[in-house]
Design a protein around this ligand. Sequence first.
Ligand SMILES: [Zn+2]
Length: 65
Amino acid sequence: MVSNNDYQIGSIVKMKKPHPCEKRSYEFEVVRLGADIKIKCLGCGNVLMLPRNDFNSKVKEILKK
Ligand SMILES: [Zn+2]
């Protein structure tokens, strides 16, 4: 599990599960930080919002800090 200090806006992360879109991308860009995190799928460009704790447990790897 990553911690809040491991990423910032603009970071690229690899998730444990792919986005269920056509591209099935594992890679997302962090676009907003707060109690909820917004991440953009690098496959389809859709933005998702999820609670920070949820996000932290779903990240597999920080690709670009
Ligand atoms: Zn997608």
